[in-house]
Design a protein around this ligand. Sequence first.
Ligand code: NAG
Ligand code: NAG
Ligand code: NAG
Length: 275
Amino acid sequence: MAVTRTFVVIMAIGLVVADGNSQGYQSGSCAPTPVLPTSLRVIAIPDPFFVAANATTGTKNSGFLVELLDKLQAISGLPYTLTARPDLNYGTQNPNGTWDGSIIGVLVNNEADLIGADDFNWADREGVVDFLIPLLSYKLQILVNTQFGLNNATQYLTSAPDFLRFVCTSKDSVAQAICANILNSGDKGLVFDDNAGLATVLTGNFAYLGGSPFLDSAVAQNQGKVKVALNVGSLFAGLAVQQGSPLREKLNIALLQLFESGEVQSLFTKYGINN
Ligand SMILES: *[C@@H]1O[C@H](CO)[C@@H](O)[C@H](O)[C@H]1NC(C)=O
Ligand SMILES: *[C@@H]1O[C@H](CO)[C@@H](O)[C@H](O)[C@H]1NC(C)=O
Ligand SMILES: *[C@@H]1O[C@H](CO)[C@@H](O)[C@H](O)[C@H]1NC(C)=O
């Protein structure tokens, strides 16, 4: 947690500088002056950690993100509607240059004011949306069956396109080998979600590429059966707004307040997110 708090302070300093720039941007000749929305259209990709299972049905009643949005609403005074979109990917630009079909695209196409996802801070996306203060950072790791460990017959698995993209764009030779293993194994290398990855690892010589919040709880709940064998890299979880949106400053200040008061940490604890 100490690492995250340090990071938040650094981001807050960056925010002051960026705000100075955004004034200039707003007075520019071609870009429309961004207006603060009176109600927030929030779109999120449902997943076990960031958005509760109930968000899958679009109901607004539980989950880490729902509780965080309620707290942000209490501070900012901005009501919101949350739509869960399991059909969206985490942010892959199409060959024709659009972001259609991704959660980044709903901001670019003005279908949403705010998006939430648990692993999407990639450099190329930074150019088309504005990320808010990261909520948490986590490690990308390899979970293995303790009886097999990692060996040259291990089948690697993952459930998230972003995790695959991370290893496939890495210059690290171990990451590249994991990428090749998954890509060369056809459907065998892809599982539906974290729980399916864990279930498969429990059956034999498999290695699941996943995020540390899930893997930590998987190890704790399957003592002696599975273990983390390798760290592959780090990812960030957070929220993003449209590029140049005045929501960025307003919501970042609200998020800082929630970090300072310990409310974000309480939510992590409540939802079993190890931070
Ligand atoms: C999901 O929604 C239903 C219906 O509103 C509710 O009964 C249930 O408790 C919710 N589940 C969670 C995990 O909050
Ligand atoms: C761009 O490509 C995506 C995905 O292939 C497609 O859905 C979309 O309609 C295309 N948009 C344009 C403007 O060509
Ligand atoms: C796997 O590793 C073992 C020991 O390092 C080696 O003897 C064997 O040839 C390897 N098998 C393959 C298929 O690479």
